[in-house]
Each structure stands twice: as C-alpha cells, then as structure tokens.
Ligand binder design. Structure first.
Ligand SMILES: Nc1ncnc2c1ncn2[C@@H]1O[C@H](COP(=O)(O)OP(=O)(O)O)[C@@H](O)[C@H]1O
Ligand SMILES: [Mg+2]
Length: 416
C-alpha cells in the first residue's frame, strides 16, 4: 500500500508507482475529467456500464488507463480495496494508484461557528481492461439460453470467489462487471479459454474475515434486481429486444450459486485436511461430493502404503504421495494425448473423480471390481463430447498400465 505520495507537485499528490509517474504527471489534473479531451489527450471510446462518476479511458505511450473522478476518500479507499482483492486472487481490475488534488479551503458554517475546510478531489487510476467482450456481442440477436447460462455461470463464479473469502460487494450488477474471455492455465491440462466476470467497481466493497449467509444472498439478490434496469438500459441502446433474464434464469442463478458455494466449502475443507492446493494443483471440483470421493480414494491409498511400510502414514503424507505418483503422472498421459479437448468443461480433478465414479458404477453392474484401467477406457470411449480415435485410446491405456505397474505391488490393488 502506498501510504505516502510518490510525488508532490503544487496542489497535486501522486500515489502511483514510479514507473507510471513520467506519463501520469502530464495529464491535465487541474481540470475536471469531463474536459480532458480539450487538452489534446488521446481518449479511448470504451463501452462502459452506467455510472455515477465521470470515467475516462486514456492512452499515453504504451499505457492505457481508466480514470475515475471522485472524492479523495473514495479514491484512496477503492484503490486499497483493489490491491487487497488482487492479493486474494479475485478477478478484478488492476489498480495503478490515485491522484489527490487540493482544491483549497472553503468556509463552512458549523454549530461552533464558521470554520475553514480543505477540499480535495480524488482520481482513481486502474489499468484499462483489454479485450472486454462488448454488450452488443454478449447480448446479440439470438442470445440463446446457452449463451446466457455461460454468462450467468461466470457471474456466479465471481460471487463464489468473493463470498468464500469474506468479500461483500454491495453493488453487484452487470454494469459493474466486465465480461471477458480469458486464457488461463488449467492445472495439469494446459491453457484454456474461459468466460470470466470481472469486478469493475469496488467502491462499496467490504472485506471481512467471513460473511453471513444473508449478506451473501443480499449480493446475489441485488444482482437479480439490477437486471431490471440493466435490461432497460440495453433495450434503450437498441442492443436487445427480448428479455435478458427470464424467471427460469433467476432460478438457475440462485440454484447454481448455492451449489457452487457448497462445492467451494468442500474444496476448502479438502485443502485443510490434505494440504493440497486445489486451485493450483488439481483444478476446481465441479460437483458437490467430489471432495468426499477423492478423500475416500486418498484414504484407500493411505491404507495400502501404511500396510506396506508397517506404520501409520498420515493423510497429508499419503495425499502428497498420491498426487506425485498417481494424479500428476495420470494427468501427464492425458495432456500428452490432449484428452482435455474431448472433455472441454472438465477440470483435471473432475476428470479423475469421474473416472473413479465410473469404476464404481461399472463394478456394481458387473458384480465385481472391474479395475481402474477398464473404467478409464470405457470412460474416454463413451463420455467424451467428441469421439476419441481408437489408436489414441489404446495408447492412453497402454501408458496408464505401464504407469500403474511401476507403483509398489500393494498399491496395484487400487490401480489396475
Ligand atoms: N479499468 C477499466 N477497464 C475497463 N473498463 C472500466 C475500467 N474501469 C471502469 N470501467 C468501466 O467504467 C464503468 C464505470 O466505472 P465505475 O467504477 O463503475 O463508476 P461508478 O462508481 O460511477 O459506477 C464501469 O462499470 C466499467 O464498465
Ligand atoms: Mg459503477
């Protein structure tokens, strides 16, 4: 956090990193943002949501900024909030800093008489978020249920990310989010493009250690209500004609939000027990119950290695070994044959769990343990969104078999 200004210049104080100073000092800070285009600045046309404050997008050298004119207190606070949100890995804007302008003193009437009061203006600076998907694209004609759901899903993920870390928004609406395609590294599966909702107005955000269920729901319900005026806005600008959010969508959002939040809680307790960083190493659990299935599986692994060593191995040690000797090598095989492309919505953790669940299912039908190899083959053959070529399936199975053969013999009871 920048507690003291990096530069003072007359009535201006710059709270920005040194690298941005040479560019930022040249902006016409003495003027209100509304008049900046008269000062030869390159302002960018960016479609932004409805807003109370004046916000301008400026290009200077290779930098692109979004600047919001507000009170000094707001600018300082919102900047600090963005910094903390970023530290928490929440999808939000990148804060650059803020500029304080002293507007002199004015005399105000108080109960104890006339007092001089200093007046300030604050400018909040964020990095312009590139590649934002414009509303006209998001809500274009034929805006199908499927497309809507992808957007709602992105919004729900943002809520869950915030709420599970004690962040309350207080002003959640589409106008305050940016919807973006982002290319991200999915653990063990390589790069993936994902639709993301990004928090783009942190003025009202509160960060607590944790928040109550009613506060979480208040955020979601505020969002649902906000869709009424968002829709009116989109209609007025001719972007949509049909309803943007149906009653069915509302139900979908509430239901999915509850589900995802519950999954998130399970993920966090799985992490506490195994010390495995799910986000970084396994990828999200997509469905409630996956954490339990995986824990049961790791416990089985633990039982066999404890037998082999003749002493009780801790769950944490067993989890580490399982990750290193089984999960990661299995994923490497999948990665090598681009298996993820045939399961575009699934994370590595989900793929793994679903193959195991498939094994239970097939075993139940067969009345005997069919083994992991058989289950994996049947799974990639029948559950992919597109057909995998047989030679590839054969290679995958061959490699999995070789991999499991290298495990110590007692473990082969699970992995074969
Ligand atoms: N860094 C940025 N990159 C892209 N768009 C931005 C950025 N900052 C703000 N915006 C857009 O400008 C809009 C107005 O900013 P916001 O902080 O919401 O102002 P207000 O507090 O007046 O509502 C945002 O909703 C968003 O659409
Ligand atoms: Mg706003």
């Amino acid at each position: 956090m920048m507690a003291s200004p990096s530069k003072r210049d007359g009535n201006l104080q710059f709270f920005v990193p040194d690298e941005f100073l040479p560019v930022l000092v040249n902006f016409p800070w003495q003027e209100s943002l509304e008049k900046w285009q008269e000062h030869g600045l390159r302002l960018l046309e960016v479609k932004s949501g409805l807003s109370r404050h004046v916000v301008r997008f400026v290009q200077a050298n290779s930098h692109r900024f979004a600047i919001k004119e507000t009170s000094l207190e707001s600018a300082r606070r919102e900047y600090a909030t963005y910094v903390r949100l970023r530290e928490m890995d929440i999808h939000t804007l990148w804060p650059v800093g803020f500029v304080a302008r002293n507007d002199g003193t004015r005399i105000i009437e108080t109960k104890v008489g006339r007092l001089p009061q200093e007046r300030h203006t604050g400018f909040l600076i964020t990095e312009l978020m590139e590649k934002v998907v414009p509303d006209s694209f998001l809500f274009r004609r034929g805006f199908s249920k499927n497309n809507r759901r992808r957007i709602w899903d992105a919004v729900i993920r943002l809520f869950v990310e915030m709420h599970s870390q004690g962040v309350y928004w207080g002003d959640a609406s589409l106008a305050n989010m940016l919807i973006n395609f982002s290319s991200e590294i999915e653990p063990e599966l390589g790069r993936r493009t994902r639709l993301r909702a990004i928090l783009a107005d942190a003025e009202t955000v509160e960060i607590h250690r944790s928040i109550t269920d009613s506060l979480r729901l208040a955020d979601v319900e505020f969002f649902l209500e906000s869709m009424q005026w968002t829709e009116a806005d989109l209609r007025a600008s001719g972007i949509v004609r049909d309803a943007v959010m149906t009653d069915e969508d509302q139900e979908f959002i509430l239901e999915t939000y509850h589900k995802r939040f519950a999954v998130e809680q399970e993920m966090r307790s799985f992490e506490l027990m195994t010390h495995i960083d799910v986000d970084k190493l396994l990828g999200d659990f997509d469905v409630k119950g996956y954490a339990r299935v995986l824990l049961k599986h790791i416990n089985e692994h633990k039982w066999y290695i404890s037998e082999r060593l003749g002493r009780e191995v801790s769950l944490v040690d067993a989890a580490e070994e399982w990750y290193r000797d089984v999960f990661q090598p299995v994923c490497k095989v999948f990665l090598q044959y681009d298996v993820a492309d045939f399961f575009p919505e699934k994370t590595a953790a989900s793929l793994y769990v679903e193959i195991m669940e498939h094994k239970y299912l097939l075993s139940e039908k067969a009345g005997k343990d069919v083994g992991l190899i058989v289950a994996a083959r049947d799974f990639v053959e029948n559950k992919a969104t597109r057909k995998l070529p047989q030679p590839i399936i054969r290679s995958i199975i061959r490699e999995l078999r070789a991999l499991f053969k290298r495990l110590p013999p007692p473990l082969q009871a699970i992995y074969s």
